[in-house]
Write a protein that binds this ligand. Structure first.
Ligand SMILES: [Zn+2]
Ligand SMILES: [Zn+2]
Length: 417
């Protein structure tokens, strides 16, 4: 599996040497790695589609689904649109979108929310239903400290046949795709718009680059080069995103290690943090269903700004089922520790993954493996960074690819000076 990444990396290793930067150089910038004693873990999904773009259910139905299953926050992130303003949709189109499931979408919507809530009209002989904007249904679900909705958009752009999709969270205004002259330029232009809006409106916003392997759109080199980007999807639950890569191309997890190695060695930039998301589109059965991947964020309160800032500090992990009791990095002893909320009858393999200075061709080397529900790793001093992946023996209840087991991924640590 790993041999396939050597060729592109070697080219870059040569490039690193040619410009005279050696592997001992480390990234600067950012705050010291925060060791937050206080804070609560909040579970959330940041990538969700509804009828406002190409999802197949009403936003209220989707929000209800997540809230009932114990999520603390949810970002509805439709393509190039915020759920605002007046929008009507032919009922026939709503039902056609569903494709599967015995009970009609309208029937379910009416059963859940009642005739009073569901607004319909007759337009040119066709029955239409109104899509309710976020501001109207928000009060039905939000509860302080219990459940939060974050306004979001999947900025959906492309360069030639490369899909460049970026989720922007806590937006105040829609951002139309900016278009660029290359994949890198396209990422950059859209990311700049999020940063510019965050600055202008004075509120924290977060952007994550989505599914790099969807149509094999974004390479690890490109992800590395766009140093403005801080987040990407290390797991996306849509089955069409080539999560595992193929014989020639790295999967999402390998992309992460290659990009981070290049960032730290070549660009003197911080590593990417990894999120797991659903990218759910289908809620009546079908392939792109909800509940597959999420983030656990340790924040001082359940508010959009606090969640975004906690994620910027790296106070979160990505999961497809494994729950962590503790994840901490002691800067003094340079020790990464994790403890799993173990489920009876399930076994866990904890892998410490990183890249050693001087061997970038082995990006994402397994530095240590421990079986059990807790483990720690003390850095030896030759690692560019260390991260943890936990593999459980429990099969994913709703897999997006064959033989998927529940996992968790923590953020890279030990890369700051
Ligand atoms: Zn997308
Ligand atoms: Zn999407």
């Amino acid at each position: 599996m790993r041999a396939k990444i050597f060729v592109p990396l070697l080219v870059l290793v040569v490039a690193v040497m040619a410009i005279g930067i050696n592997g001992a150089r480390q990234a600067q910038g950012g705050e010291p790695e925060a060791i937050q004693e206080l804070g609560t873990w909040y579970k959330g999904n940041t990538h969700t589609h509804s009828l406002w773009s190409d999802g197949n259910d009403f936003p209220e139905m989707i929000v209800g689904w997540y809230k009932e299953r114990g999520y603390d926050f949810l970002a509805l992130s439709d393509h190039n649109v915020l759920s605002r303003g007046e929008r009507w949709m032919p009922v026939a189109q709503v039902e056609q979108r569903r494709k599967v499931g015995k009970m009609g979408s309208m029937e379910k919507y009416l059963a859940a929310f009642g005739e009073e809530w569901v607004e319909r009209r007759e337009e040119a002989g066709k029955e239409e239903v109104r899509l309710r904007p976020l501001e109207e249904f928000r009060p039905k679900f939000e509860e302080e400290g219990e459940f939060l909705l974050i306004e979001a958009e999947e900025i959906t752009d492309r360069f030639q046949n490369h899909q460049v999709h970026i989720n922007a969270l806590n937006l105040g205004e829609v951002i139309p795709p900016q278009h660029g002259e290359s994949v890198v330029d396209t990422m950059r232009k859209n990311l700049r718009m999020v940063a510019e809006q965050s600055e202008r409106l004075g509120r924290p916003m977060l952007a994550h680059v989505n599914h790099p392997n969807f149509h094999w759109s974004i390479t690890p080199q490109e992800l590395a080069e766009v140093v403005e980007d801080q987040f990407f999807e290390v797991y996306n639950g849509h089955p069409a995103v080539n999560h595992q890569g193929d014989a020639e191309r790295p999967g999402d997890e390998e992309i992460w290690d290659i990009a981070n190695t290049l960032r730290l060695m070549l660009y003197d930039a911080p590593p990417l943090f990894g999120v797991a998301t659903d990218d759910s589109h289908q809620y009546h059965g079908g392939d792109a269903s909800p509940g597959r991947g999420w983030v656990m964020v340790r924040a001082e309160k359940l508010e959009a700004g606090a969640l975004v800032e906690a994620m910027e500090r790296g106070e979160f992990y990505a999961s497809t089922g494994v729950v962590l009791k503790e994840v901490e990095f002691d800067r003094k002893t340079r020790t990464q520790r994790v403890e799993i909320e173990a489920v009876e009858g399930v076994s866990y393999e904890i892998k410490f993954v990183g890249t050693r200075k001087g061997t970038p061709e082995k990006a994402g080397e397994v530095l240590a493996t421990v079986s059990g529900s807790a483990a720690e790793y003390q850095m030896k001093g030759d690692e560019l960074y260390v991260r943890v992946v936990v593999n459980s023996s429990r099969p994913h209840p709703n897999p997006s690819y064959k033989e998927q087991w529940e996992q968790a991924w923590t953020q890279p640590v030990g890369w700051r000076k």
